[in-house]
Structures are given as structure tokens and as C-alpha cells.
Design a protein around this ligand. Sequence first.
Ligand code: TXA
Ligand code: MG
Length: 542
Amino acid sequence: MKTRIFHPEREKDAVAEAAAILRNGGLLGIPTETVYGLGADALNETAVAHIFEAKGRPQDNPLIIHVPDDKSWLARYCQDVPAEAYALAERFWPGPLTMILKRRPIVPLRTTGGLDTVGVRCPDHAVTRAIIAAAGVPVAAPSGNTSGRPSPTTAQHMLEDMDGKIDGIVDGGPCAVGVESTIIDMTVTPPRLLRPGGLPLEALEAVLGTVAVDKAVTGKLAEGERPRAPGMKYRHYAPHAPVTVVTGMPHRSAGFISRHMGPEDGVICFDEFAPLFDGHAVHRLGAAADKGAQARHVFDALRTFDATDVPRIWAQCPDDAGLGLAVGNRLKKAAGFHVEDGGQALIVGITGPTGAGKTSALEAVRRLGGCVLDCDAVYHEMLANDEDLRHAIRDAFGDVFEGPRLDRQKLGNIVFQNPAAMAKLDAIIFARIPAELQRRMALSGADLIGIDAINLVESGVGALCRRTVAVLAPAEDRVRRIMARDGISEDYARMRVAAQKKDDYYRENCTDIWLNTSPSAEEFCRIAMENFQKIQEEINHE
Ligand code: TXA
Ligand code: MG
């Protein structure tokens, strides 16, 4: 069989011809916002049987049916539809949500794998909805991969698995979401999440209140245990090489992997950490904080490793919030739930005006066995070593380097008199510092990290921190301290203190304010140690 590729954006009859394939009992690859599906007329048992053959899919694994954006279709194929199901359809369709509902007899048992329920969803893809509406039948469509392979997120992926086995594939571009739909069973109370997917659990909870989470979502089922979504029992999305998933804070999982991996091993990591794994086969998932990007890349990451001969794959895993639950679930399934925990760490940002006692607070971090990262020092090391940063500065300000060294005066002359130039320099630096800090934290392995940052708030470094501490002190104390520390006159000390940000700024922007009225640095350091321990206890109880 020759598999035809449709390009609906330039072929005006594509929708009608693709719909005809469905109506005539053929098999059609369809784009959706989640992943590509392998579609056939859900009411035609022979066509449905061909889906199972083309995928090599076990017969007891039911298919979900796809409907256009018209809620009347729900009542046509399902019965006893609860009001909450209509509320979800209203709120989230078209979109990455599949609801399990009681089936009407018109839906063949072959489609539902013998179950008296059926999964229904309305995909958020205009071309596919037009094709379904034109075909006039609900379309049964599992993900368009060969059983056991990662789900396809481009027409090309789908062609790799299905070329010659199906009538056509509609090329609708890369999938916007990248992981399959969220599946919720609406036939039980409370409704039960069977598969995390493109619609976050939190969004369902906002409409339904309580949602139960099926055991198969987070862990491996025992031998012989039956999941409620039959497909969850199969080892899906498995690349050839064994996968180990590492959970924990991003810098902890990266550190864990770099300490445990072999020289030939491959890595699936967040963008920030790719430089730590130089010399290895690396696939980036997206930035640590960008779960949308991670969802779009997770299957591609697993697929690309099949073309390499790495003996083992290590994968950094996001936390469970938002799309992280779905991304983590796909990685863990690929790993057969082989999961290691890189652990947590307390990251505290420390800031405050000069003379208030920030240095003593940082000393407290060291005495507690923690690691201190000084943003200013990191920036200066990057100026000397980081080609990307040097390049960006050269691009913006011309040649301000003297060989490897920055000519500070030259750069200062450009930026100090010109607020727009200063903002540009800040933007260049602030875009790079957090990633560099993440890498250094990964290498340190410490469970307490103190980040010394004057521009904690503006630089975005605060976003890496669980708590942000501002050390403040009365102006008179600060004048006295910096006179003693820097050997300067009282007038000059007063001028420097007056030029600093006001206390209110810190009160508005930091989570913790420590007022230093201690007579000695040593005493304040001891107080700071106690404060860090209190924060640790508070976090353990959260
Ligand atoms: O995003 C998606 O849902 C994609 C696109 C193509 O729409 N489709 C998809 O289908 O992921 P599939 O077949 O790969 O996954 C459907 C899952 C399977 O785990 C299946 O066991 C489960 O849904 N399922 C289908 N009908 C069910 C039912 N009546 N009760 C419980 N689970 C069901
Ligand atoms: Mg699938």
C-alpha cells in the first residue's frame, strides 16, 4: 500500500479526500494538538480491526473516539453522561482531555476493547475537526506509533512507523502540546485520573473539586494487577537502551547524573545543564522551568536515542506540578519506573544594602556546611571564560575586551552615563547568570546553598530560591561598620549608605527580613545560623 501524505495548507481538496478515506473504512494519520493519531471510522469494526493490525496493538487495549466540537455528539455515543462531563467539555474542549463515559451500543465492542465504557475527546486541531465533521463519523484513533514506540509528534515520525501500512497521513505540522491527552474516568465518584496528559490535573480539580489519581499514574503495577486504563500496563515509549529517571530539584538531579553516569551514557536534561554533559550524547528537554517545552520534546528525546548505541540513558525529571506530572509519567514509563532521587536542597538568596551584615549571613551558610555562590564573582569568571557571554557583550557594545580581559573602563564609559545601555548590559547578564548558578549548584552537591546577589530581585536569581533573605540594619550602624571595614571617612560612608536601595524595597521584594542589631559580626553569624536552621524546619513541615 502506498501511503499518501496530505498537505492541507496547499491542497484544497485535502480535507474532503482525507474524510473519504475514513468513510470508506481506510486508515488515516491525523494531526492533533497532543500527538498524531491513527484514525479510522469508530463505528466500522473492520476498519477498527485494521488499526490494531497496523499498530501491532493488543486487542484488549481500547481506542478513544474523536468527535468535532459539538457536544451533541456526546449523547449520540455515550449514555448516563453526568453534568460534570458537560461542564468539562464546555470548559476544556476542544483540547487535550479524554473522558471515559458509559458507551451506547452503537459503539462496537471492538473499538472499546470489550468494555462497556468509551473514551471520548475533541482534539484542538482545526484541520482534523474539519475532516471528522466531513466524514460524519466519530474517529477511533490511538497514538500513531507502532505499539511500544514513543508517540509521534510530527508527520515524519508517523511515517517512520506507518509507511506502507496505512492509506494516508495528514501533515498538520508539529504537535503543539507533545504529550497525549489527560484521561479522566467520569463513571466513578470521585472522578479518577487514569493518565496525566496535556491538561494539568490542577485544571480538572478547579472544575471538579476532588479528583482521585490512579495508582498506575505514579508507580509500577504489581505483576497481574489490572490498571483501569488498559494501556497503562504496557511498557510504552521505551527506547532500546535502559533508562534511569532522576527526580529531585533540577540541580540535584543533574549532579546525581554527572556523578553516576558512565563515559558512553546518554542524557536527557534540562537546557541549563547540557554543558555539564559535554562529550556525551545529550538531548535537551527545554529549560528547567518550562514544562510546556519539556512536554513538546519528551517523545522526540526518547526517539532520537534509538539512532545511537548508548548503553544507558539518564533523564532529569521535572516535579509533578502542572505538565510535569505528564512529562515525568512518560519518562518513568520509558524507564519501567526505574527512578532514583537526586534529593532536595535549600536554596536561599541573600541580599541587602552595604554594611548591614550580608557577609556574616553568608559565613553562617559556610559554617553549616553549605555552599556560597557569589553572583558578582560568577559574573567576572564568566567574563573571562564564557564565550557566549563575551560574544553577546561584543555584539552590543563593540570590542570592550583587551585579549581575554574585559576593559572595565571602556565598558563603564558606555553604560554608566546611559540608562538604556545599562539596561541592555543587565539583560545580557541576567539572561545567563541563573543557568550558570544552576550548574555550579549541581557540581557542589550541597544541601544548603546561599546565593549572594546584590541584584537578587532584578536578576531573576530570586526565582531559583526557596526563600530570599534581606539583611537590614539601622543606617547609623551601617555607617559605623563600613567606616571601620573600608577605612573611609564618615562623610563618604554616609554618601554610600544614602545611595543604596531603601529598606522598603527589600521589605516588598524578599520573603524574609533579618534585622541586624548585633554588637558583633560573630554574634550575628550565630543568629543567622539559627535562622537558617529554622527555615529548614519550616520547609520540612510545609
Ligand atoms: O492525545 C491522545 O489521547 C491521543 C491522540 C491521537 O488523540 N490518543 C491516544 O490514544 O493517546 P492511545 O490509544 O494511544 O491511548 C489511549 C489510552 C490507552 O491507555 C487506553 O487503554 C485508554 O486510553 N482507554 C481508552 N478507552 C478506555 C476506556 N473505555 N476505559 C479506560 N481506558 C481507556
Ligand atoms: Mg499510545
